[in-house]
Design a protein around this ligand. Structure first.
Ligand code: HEC
Ligand code: HEC
Ligand code: HEC
Ligand code: HEC
Ligand code: HEC
Length: 456
């Protein structure tokens, strides 16, 4: 049976069950709509509605890239992109290539409640190998859920943040191997190689959900009679990306992103006394991302360091990574030989930069790695990445900080130039400053000493 005929067949089940005196559960054709959950789970709905999971098939950059990919590959891309960005639309047969998404009902777009909560098996490590039960049962991490007339329920280790298996549910969608065999997004494999995947080290294991679905406040998880107090898990999934069009919950998304980025990277700034020329070393330690930083679409992200040195009259004597609003980092890079970019480079057959997935044959990766051990005596314990800046003159003051953009303006310009993206979206691309990485060294106060967050 195809998944669409299964959904139809199963839609009849609740009616049969109701005849035997069980509650009149929502039929599957209602359960697949996120709006059906709103009356009983208003908070989960609100958080999810602002998430990039909800936005995944509405993002104009996604629509533009998919459309261009279909053209440039003569349709060979098929459902490759939509299998993750609109999995319910693919599985119900509402789309085969994502080119008709304007006509697909909204409830089938994005990564929906029904999709995640119906997963029964993970049959691979990448490209969304998730099997759905389509049996009307909503799976979650609660072992004693209160019976209700919305739906049946079951405990599932794939949905329980305390279990390692749960990372496979998230991770197998957050790991992309292109049709050409290039591992272009690798969040899941990066996590598996990190200390956070280690169940053998006491206290080390943190699943994707432990970091990305915070559940530290008490409340009910449903507006329904007789439900106890529990710890509802945040469903807003902030990362780096933000909606470019009017979309619910934007302030909450931005606040979530700034919160997660704040503590993620630990900086140190040192005068380089070992070097024969004048120099400074800025070091960045990815302390709290359970994978590389940035991760995922790291070929599209732009993360870079802004480093400025001043003389004793506070005139700038050296700068690197000073990027104006609306300016592409790629443009600055051309005249800034010491620029530190923290990103992946997608390369085509001839080794040139490629912006589009399907052209990429190789990835050159320059990211901040996560911790692989929590044993300080292990040489691998220290995993910070350093950059030495060479100066021509002794500074009186030096400042350094890291910035990140969800997508490079060079990529956006490429999509505008090919006629696939409207130019107005360019102004919507935000630039985040990771304020936790901001450091200032002053000769008068610090001399030959390093500065870190505690010495500010
Ligand atoms: C008529 C009310 C109602 C509707 C509609 C409803 N739910 Fe629920 N749901 C509940 C109640 C009640 C619980 C149990 C809460 C508890 O025990 O604290 C629950 C629990 C859950 C759980 C946890 C299951 C577990 O064992 O961990 C999930 C997941 C869930 N619902 C998903 C959904 C989704 C997705 C939708 C929309 C398709 C939905 N619900 C619609 C009332 C409803
Ligand atoms: C069906 C595939 C799929 C599953 C399963 C899935 N995701 Fe996602 N996720 C996506 C897609 C697609 C996006 C990006 C949408 C966009 O930006 O257009 C995304 C976005 C995100 C983001 C925001 C990224 C950003 O840069 O803004 C986070 C965080 C995230 N997912 C975490 C998780 C976690 C944690 C889980 C498991 C509980 C999970 N995802 C399960 C497909 C999936
Ligand atoms: C130890 C905590 C931790 C764990 C475990 C963790 N993450 Fe993250 N993740 C973070 C932090 C902090 C950020 C923000 C830094 C950033 O955006 O790069 C982040 C960012 C992300 C982003 C946005 C990345 C980007 O640059 O576009 C995605 C997507 C994501 N995580 C998915 C996952 C998935 C999937 C898993 C499990 C396989 C996972 N995370 C495990 C802490 C964690
Ligand atoms: C990306 C996958 C994903 C999506 C999309 C998603 N959920 Fe969840 N949800 C989870 C996971 C994983 C858990 C369990 C976390 C745990 O218990 O450790 C969960 C837990 C829940 C629970 C149990 C209570 C709680 O907070 O633990 C409810 C209810 C729920 N989700 C409803 C919804 C509704 C309603 C939507 C859509 C509006 C939705 N979910 C969308 C992954 C998802
Ligand atoms: C295996 C699942 C999967 C496939 C296949 C996939 N994506 Fe994604 N996509 C994701 C996830 C997960 C994210 C979020 C990554 C992150 O935040 O780091 C994402 C993010 C994005 C983004 C927003 C981030 C950015 O780059 O600005 C765009 C645009 C995008 N994908 C386009 C595409 C296109 C076009 C295709 C097909 C050529 C595609 N995706 C195929 C899972 C997938």
């Amino acid at each position: 049976m195809t998944s669409s005929t299964r959904i139809l067949a199963l839609a009849l089940l609740p009616a049969l069950v109701a005849a035997c005196g069980e509650p009149d559960y929502l039929p599957v054709e209602e359960l697949i709509k996120p709006e059906s959950c709103e009356s009983c789970h208003p908070q989960h709905f609100e958080e999810w509605s602002g998430s990039m999971h909800a936005y995944a098939a509405d993002d104009p950059v996604f629509l533009a890239m998919n459309a261009r990919g279909q053209e440039e590959t003569d349709g060979e891309l098929g459902d490759f992109c939509v299998q993750c960005h609109a999995p319910m639309a693919v599985r119900t047969g509402a789309t085969t290539d994502g080119l008709n998404l304007d006509d697909v009902p909204q409830h089938l777009k994005g990564v929906t409640c029904y999709f995640c909560h119906s997963v029964v098996a993970v049959e691979g490590t990448h490209n969304n190998p998730l099997t759905l039960a389509d049996d009307g049962v909503m799976r979650g991490g609660i072992r004693d859920p209160v019976s209700n007339d919305g739906h049946r329920m079951a405990y599932s280790p794939l949905h329980d943040r305390e279990s390692t298996e749960s990372s496979a549910l998230c991770g197998s969608c957050h790991d992309i191997v292109t049709p050409a065999g290039v591992a272009i997004e690798r969040t899941f494999r990066e996590w598996k190689e990190s200390v956070f995947a280690r169940e053998d080290i006491p206290g080390a294991h943190l699943s994707c959900g432990k970091c990305h679905m915070i559940g530290d406040r008490e409340g009910t998880v449903a507006d329904y009679d007789g439900v106890p107090l529990r710890k509802p898990k945040d469903h807003s999934f902030p990362g780096v990306d933000v909606a470019l069009t009017p979309w619910p919950e934007k302030p909450a998304q931005l606040a979530g992103i700034e919160r997660d980025l704040f503590g993620a990277v630990n900086p140190i700034l040192c005068p380089d006394s070992s070097s024969s020329t004048l120099g400074f070393i800025y070091s960045l330690d990815n302390v709290f991302a359970g994978h590389m930083l940035p991760s995922g679409a790291a070929q599209d992200r732009r993360a870079w360091v802004e480093f400025i040195a001043y003389d004793d009259r506070d005139q700038i004597i050296f700068s690197s990574g000073v990027v104006a609003d609306g300016q592409a980092v790629a443009e600055v890079a051309a005249q800034d030989p010491q620029l530190w970019q923290i990103r992946d480079y997608g390369l085509d057959e001839s080794g040139d930069i490629a912006h589009m997935f399907w052209d990429v044959r190789q990835v050159k990766s320059e990211l901040l790695p996560p911790a692989v051990t929590n044993d300080p005596s292990d040489p691998a314990f220290y995993h910070a990445v350093e950059k030495a800046y060479i100066l021509a003159q002794n500074p009186a003051r030096v400042t350094a900080r890291m910035h990140m953009r969800p997508i490079g303006l060079d990529v956006i310009d490429d999509l505008i130039a090919s006629g696939h993206l409207e130019a107005k979206y360019r102004d919507e691309i935000v630039t985040f400053t990771l304020t936790g990485t901001e450091l200032e060294w002053r000769l008068a106060d610090h001399g030959q000493n390093c500065v870190d967050r505690t010495s500010q």
